[in-house]
Design a protein around this ligand. Structure first.
Ligand code: G6P
Length: 611
């Protein structure tokens, strides 16, 4: 996601903040900017593209200052361009704000602020904050930046890490966080802020990690931390002993592991603002009219690799929920097919990058038939996001590891929301399933945390799997869809041969391959097929294959399984999101034991922009 840095002290603040920002480049971004307070007042400089562009732009400024805040932006609201880059200012240009996260009620706040005479110069949710702070300062008898920021944040719903400068108090900055990380680095007569410890490590190893609801006044002497009501809170100092390379990955050995750990947060962000107080799904910003939705008589889901597997899960979910024919296709096949498509078909293109050549070709083919096209995509300014009729942005943030993990969870979350949204509008007959799934959605991030906590168990299991001659992942229904993704993960990063099979198909061929040394992972999370799965796993044990079973908590533990992994219990339709997490971890630990270059597997690329 976006990166924030800030500096207050004796060094040149602008160049120090920008240099520290470079330590966050690995996160990915599309523009960068800096704000500082010079003798002439508050100044802002921003540039599209790389940080070097910002450095060239700032060369022409008299950037003398002892305080600066800087930002790299990864677009979420509004396309990547200079006007949408941070910092954002109020009307008078005295307040500058950088922000990571999403302000859910920004549209309403913007409307109210506009009615009160504020004028906006960007499409972002962040700019509302600058104007809210401006109002709080204007309304106070003794204006004070900390109080103004606190009061402004009380009006905001959503997630944020923010840093604010105000020309009226030139020797300080105010920072706050809720659901987005922010740390304060304590130096010798200098203070630093950043969204990630990495960015301050060159200057200090003494760090305060802010907690949700904290708001801090940072001066050269130190940080005073309060909650949003102004009550003082104490936070411990952390002494960081990471080496530089580990730091970039948040203390993890690889980006893939870091990204698996970010899964729960990714799902929380993708759900953010999408459920109305009545518990219905809000996807009104898709831009599909009620008439167009009512006319849909078929859905086609299309993607490549992991994105295709998200489609395989969604096909079943959509069919159950909207009771209409749903197809799923691999984009490279679909683009050369002779499809049956018309203006009443909804074609959903799923892609993390939004640039995959085959997926783009499928999009263009669908458009040539006047089908309704919708991109479920992670990169807001990407080709898919721009060319599809409608888009649903997943909130995974940049994914660096070639093997997709958190983006897959974000795709499943977005597709679940989409399925519910369509069903709410057109399938009253599935209302009870809709409400069962909707009720469970808010607990998903918590269940996912429990799945991530299975890491030590998966590490132990990886010792056996790493020595296997081959691995089968078996499942039925939703579990078969998850099996496909689990096998792909293991193949692509550990180079072990792995195959996914619908469990009932084993006896039609693959059972012949089962012998000592082969591991069979049985995904047994579906209520209706649990007993069938147990029988299928017995067939494997009878041929001396090693059996690993994944079951929901409270289910009967299969007696022939050498290892059983217990998952939180949730509606069957949401189990794919939970089940994949330990299997991503398994792939990771197997690859680690086999000495593979996990983040960049041989022969593979993150974004496949050629055929
Ligand atoms: C490559 C990546 C996969 C990804 C697939 C589709 O194969 O290695 O992780 O799932 O492309 O990419 P997309 O950006 O369209 O989701």
């Amino acid at each position: 996601m976006c990166g924030i840095t800030g500096y207050l002290g004796t060094l040149p603040a602008v160049s120090t903040a920008i240099n520290n920002l470079k330590r966050l480049e690995y996160r990915g971004y599309d523009s960068a900017g800096v704000a500082f307070i010079s003798p002439q007042g508050l100044r802002v400089c921003r540039a599209e593209g790389r940080i070097v562009n910002l450095e060239s732009a700032i060369k022409n400024e008299q950037a003398q200052s002892s305080v600066a805040i800087a930002h790299t932006r990864w677009a979420t609201h509004g396309v990547p361009c200079e006007a949408n880059s941070h910092p954002h200012r109020d009307c008078a240009g005295n307040v500058a704000v950088v922000h990571n996260g999403i302000i859910e009620n920004y549209a309403q706040l913007r409307q109210e602020l506009t009615a009160r005479g504020h004028s906006f110069s960007s499409d972002t949710d962040t700019e509302t904050l600058a104007h809210l702070i401006e109002e709080q300062l204007a309304n106070a008898t003794q204006p004070d930046l900390v109080t103004a920021v606190r009061d402004a944040l009380k009006l905001v719903h959503g997630s944020y890490a923010v840093a604010v400068l105000w020309a009226g108090m030139p020797d300080c900055m105010v920072v706050a966080r809720h659901d987005s990380p922010l740390i304060i680095g304590v130096g010798d007569s200098e203070m630093l802020i950043a969204s990630d410890i990495t960015a301050v490590m060159k200057y200090t190893r003494d760090v305060i990690v802010l907690e949700d609801g904290d708001c801090a006044l940072v001066t050269r002497e130190g940080a005073t931390i309060c909650n949003l009501n102004g009550d003082r809170v104490n936070r411990n100092h952390l002494s960081v002993d990471w080496d530089d390379t580990a730091a970039e990955k948040g203390g993890h050995a690889h980006f893939m592991l870091k990204e698996i750990y970010e899964g729960p947060r990714t799902v929380r962000e993708t759900l953010r603002g999408r459920l109305t107080p009545e518990g219905l799904v809000n996807l009104n910003d898709l831009g599909l009219s009620a008439e167009r939705i009512a006319a849909i008589n078929r859905v086609c889901l299309i993607g490549c690799g992991t994105a295709y597997h998200a489609g395989v899960v969604a096909r079943r979910f959509f069919e159950q929920l909207i009771r209409q024919p749903v197809e799923v296709h691999v984009a490279s096949e679909y683009r050369y097919s002779d499809p049956i498509l018309d203006e009443n078909t909804l074609v959903v293109l799923i892609s993390q990058s939004g640039e995959t050549a085959d997926t783009m070709a499928a999009l263009r083919l669908a458009r040539s038939y006047n089908a309704i096209t919708l991109g479920v995509v992670n990169v807001i300014g990407s080709s898919l996001a721009r060319e599809a009729d409608a888009r649903l942005i997943t909130q995974a943030g940049p994914e660096i590891g070639v093997a997709s993990t958190k983006a897959y969870l974000a795709q499943l979350t977005a597709l679940t929301l989409l399925g519910l949204y369509l069903a709410e509008q057109r399938a009253p007959e599935t209302a009870s399933l809709q409400s069962e799934v909707r009720r469970a959605l808010s607990s998903l991030p918590e269940w996912l945390e429990q799945c991530v906590a299975l890491a030590p168990q998966m590490d132990a299991l990886s010792a056996v799997v790493a020595e296997s001659s081959g691995v089968f992942f078996l499942g039925r229904g939703y579990d078969y869809a998850t099996a496909l993704e689990a096998a792909l993960k293991l193949k692509e990063i550990s180079y072990l041969h792995a195959e996914a099979y619908p469990a009932g198909e084993m006896k039609h061929g693959p059972l012949a391959l089962v012998e000592p040394g082969v591991t069979v992972v049985g995904l047994c999370t579906q209520r209706t097929t649990f007993d069938k799965m147990l029988s299928n796993l017995k067939e494997v044990s009878a041929r001396s294959g090693a059996v690993v079973a994944l079951i929901p908590n409270g289910q009967q533990v299969p007696e022939n399984a050498e290892v059983t992994i217990e998952l939180p219990k949730c509606p069957d339709a949401l189990m794919p999101m939970l089940t994949i997490v330990p299997l991503q971890l398994l792939a990771y630990y197997v690859a680690l034991r086999r000495g593979c270059p996990i983040d960049q597997p041989r022969n593979l690329a993150k974004s496949v922009t050629v055929e």
